[in-house]
Design a protein around this ligand. Structure first.
Ligand code: ADP
Length: 189
């Protein structure tokens, strides 16, 4: 069973690469951003709570996010393995994921980090905003999300490094080349 954390800033290509990896390895894909946007679309209580944070570019509080992740995971698994896309985003979330998987007799196999410079991320997200219709893909919120990434999420790189699970890959250039690097890292696990 392979459990993969795909990691990187907003706009780093996590979703694009996850789709390719899902096809190749037959994994389940958990995108916490997609889960939250589905709740918003369905007008649930949870969606209303989430929207207030997302629209400001802030993170949903850990306790709530960890419960959502566990419920999503248990609805999909036991299974061949999962790609976690957008989770964890904080150290408490990483610790909770480790514990949750251990309780289910499994663990994270590898953390794949997509490295992209900030100026490129901003350009990509502004472009995406023109077609995505996502309320958080506007320049002001994009900048807030990048700040949150650098303050709260990027310390996780070190955390996974210490766990011996981190593989960092250049996240720009040809999509197929990036994918090949990621596949190499997965096949080495
Ligand atoms: P991106 O990676 O492009 O910012 P996502 O779709 O992964 O987009 O996330 C969109 C928003 O959803 C985040 O800015 C945040 O508000 C919320 N979110 C998603 N995943 C998490 C998480 N693990 N913890 C807290 N908030 C989250």
């Amino acid at each position: 069973m392979k459990n993969i954390v795909i990691f990187g800033a907003p706009g780093s290509g996590k979703g694009t690469q996850s789709d390719l990896l899902v096809k190749k390895y037959g994994l389940r894909h958990i995108s916490t951003g997609d889960v939250l946007r589905a709740e918003i679309k369905n007008g649930t209580q949870l969606g209303q709570t989430a929207k207030a944070y997302i629209d400001k570019g802030q993170l949903i509080p850990d306790a709530l996010m960890i419960d959502i992740l566990a419920a999503t995971y248990d609805a999909l698994c036991p299974c061949e393995g999962v790609i976690f896309d957008g989770f964890p985003r904080t150290i408490p979330q990483a610790e909770a994921l480790k514990q949750m998987l251990a309780e289910r007799g499994t663990e994270v196999s590898v953390m794949l980090e997509l490295q992209v410079p900030d100026d490129m991320l901003i350009t990509r997200l502004v472009e995406r905003g023109k077609v995505s219709g996502r309320a958080d893909d506007n320049e002001e919120t994009i900048k807030a999300r990048l700040q949150v990434y650098h303050n709260q999420t990027s310390p996780l790189a070190q955390w996974y490094e210490q766990e011996g699970k981190r593989v960092a890959v250049k996240g720009y250039g040809d999509i197929a080349d990036i994918n090949a690097e990621l596949c190499k890292a997965i096949d080495n696990v």
